[in-house]
Design a protein around this ligand. Structure first.
Ligand code: 1GP
Length: 250
């Protein structure tokens, strides 16, 4: 059954062609800062707020960050957990994800088994997602023990994505790694998207409207940016990215 957040995301992608989601890493911000970033991003036209990082541990702080975001904006809050400790009862939904190219069963299914009862207990909407680390992969690749798919092997990324779709995952995320020097190349996005039927999320290293437009033109349905929200001209850059991607498919 389609939950309200998944329905919202799918309808927004259909209406706008592609959407932007803001990622806030609780490790890098105070709770009031998170609320302010969410508010600015929402005013720039972001569709939802994702909350998570690769090394975060304190759940109390995570709860405070989510509460602050919830009191600042009405758009959906979606957890982006790196572990069971990334679950907060205050969010609306959670990317219920498996790191498809991890060599550690914990990141394929172990953490999910531990976390599932909490997702149920907290009434979070699970959004089933296959997570694929590509290129540099950054901290997420190291922490998740992934064998990263090189940027020049789009057919391998497509094989991972298709496997995820065939297992029933309803979104696929190509992750270049937060702060990656180069975002996921359009050739890889295109190679994955033209075989895939579920929405494709792309993130990692997207800093400019040109990079965002290239990703959307190649087939990304959802663009995620994190680091750019922390820059001094964040408001302007996010607005530019969002209006640029709106023009690509409309
Ligand atoms: C990381 O893909 C996201 O999980 C966002 O990356 O911080 O580089 O925007 P950036």
């Amino acid at each position: 059954m389609l939950g309200p957040i998944e329905k919202y995301l799918l309808e927004k992608i259909k209406a706008d062609g592609s959407i932007h989601i803001t990622l806030i890493d609780p490790e890098k911000v105070t709770a009031p800062q998170a609320g302010k970033i969410a508010e600015n991003s929402k005013n720039s036209g972001t569709a939802a707020i994702m909350i998570g990082g690769s090394t975060f541990a304190s759940q109390t702080h995570l709860d405070d960050v989510v509460k602050s975001i919830k009191s600042s904006v009405k758009i959906p809050t979606i957890l982006f957990p790196n572990n069971v400790t990334g679950i907060s009862s205050y969010a609306d939904a959670i990317w219920f994800m498996s790191l498809l190219n991890s060599v550690d069963p914990y990141f394929l299914m172990g953490a999910q088994i531990l976390g599932a009862p909490l997702v149920k207990k907290y009434g979070l909407e699970p959004l089933s997602m296959g997570y694929v680390i590509v290129g540099d992969g950054g901290t997420a690749g190291i922490v998740g023990k992934a064998i990263s798919v090189p940027y020049n092997k789009p057919e391998l990324a497509a094989a991972h994505a298709l496997a995820g779709q065939y297992l029933g995952m309803r979104f696929i995320y190509l992750e270049g790694g937060s702060g990656a020097a180069h975002p996921v190349p359009p050739e890889m996005i295109h190679g994955v998207k033209h075989l895939l039927e579920v929405p494709l999320i792309v993130g990692g290293g997207i800093r400019t409207k040109e990079q965002a437009m290239a990703a959307v033109s190649a087939g990304a349905d959802i663009i995620v940016t994190g680091n750019v929200t922390e820059s001094c001209d964040a408001k302007q850059r996010i607005s530019e990215i969002i209006s640029a991607i709106k023009n690509v498919k409309s």
